[in-house]
Design a protein around this ligand. Sequence first.
Ligand SMILES: NC(=O)c1ccc[n+]([C@@H]2O[C@H](COP(=O)([O-])OP(=O)(O)OC[C@H]3O[C@@H](n4cnc5c(N)ncnc54)[C@H](OP(=O)(O)O)[C@@H]3O)[C@@H](O)[C@H]2O)c1
Length: 287
Amino acid sequence: MILNETYELNNGVKIPKVGLGTWFIKDKDASEAVRNAVKTGYRLIDTAEAYANEKGIGEGIRTCGIPRAELFVTTKILAEAKTYGEAKQCIEGSLHDLNLDYIDLMIIHAPQPWKQWRDKKERYFAENLQVWKALEDAYEAGKLKAIGVSNFLIDDLQNILDHCRVKPAVNQVLNHVGNVPKELIEFCQKKDVLVESYAPLGHGKLMKNEEIEAIAAQHHVTVAQVCMRFDVQMGTVAIPKAGSVDHMKENAAIDFELSADEMERLANVRFKGYGMMKVMPVFSGRE
Ligand SMILES: NC(=O)c1ccc[n+]([C@@H]2O[C@H](COP(=O)([O-])OP(=O)(O)OC[C@H]3O[C@@H](n4cnc5c(N)ncnc54)[C@H](OP(=O)(O)O)[C@@H]3O)[C@@H](O)[C@H]2O)c1
């Protein structure tokens, strides 16, 4: 079962291949969502300070009945925190709100503050090195088991690689059927930085797609399962958000194999866009 499978990060820490995304899960619902996910077999939970649900997520982790050491919690430093002091505050704040002794993986949410998403001039290279230093210090103090980045482009990541004491373990990026940042993924894989795919279901906008439906029918699985399998078969972690236990179960039942030809067809699926969600920087299409 895929939920029992792991990758090894570049520091030797193991990370599950599939986890639960929690963006848009309200704090009051988060502990139950975690308990449901854990009961279903999930061991990786992905949250962020920006999701405003860390308290509920932490409560779910503490009350799910599974030893803490068997669970993997990821959270993120605010995209707007771009000094050493602000980053340190985010790390301490997440540890406090999650109410956990350590965090398995903490990543920089984005290379630029959201309002400047993909601004070509203000790249925050120097600032991200300060944020990275705060992550390195917390990692060396044992508060974080692994550290990484999210939404970093090749030059954002190269900047960290050129100056770091501790290499980034992951880059969490938008990657799903019909929208594959091939060059970035190849760069990360060459540098031994594991790619985590967020929005593996295209934020739910891939469900009615004839090309994916045809492949799903061949394998007697659902469109969501094809999308999940696609990301995992690329060697990336997939973190779908699911509000119901049925969706959680469905997204993890992906023990089938896509052929090389199907993988190619899926990478080139015509994706019709995120609809109203394109107001969010990560879904804006700005590169
Ligand atoms: N680092 C970043 O900047 C960043 C950005 C975006 C997302 N993320 C992370 O990645 C996670 C996943 O991304 P996402 O939430 O944007 O999108 P997603 O996981 O691609 O899609 C979630 C949507 O798909 C629906 N869904 C789930 N399973 C389904 C199934 N089996 N059949 C039909 N519909 C299904 C969900 O509905 P229900 O809720 O009704 O199940 C929800 O509406 C986030 O929650 C977050 O943890 C990170």
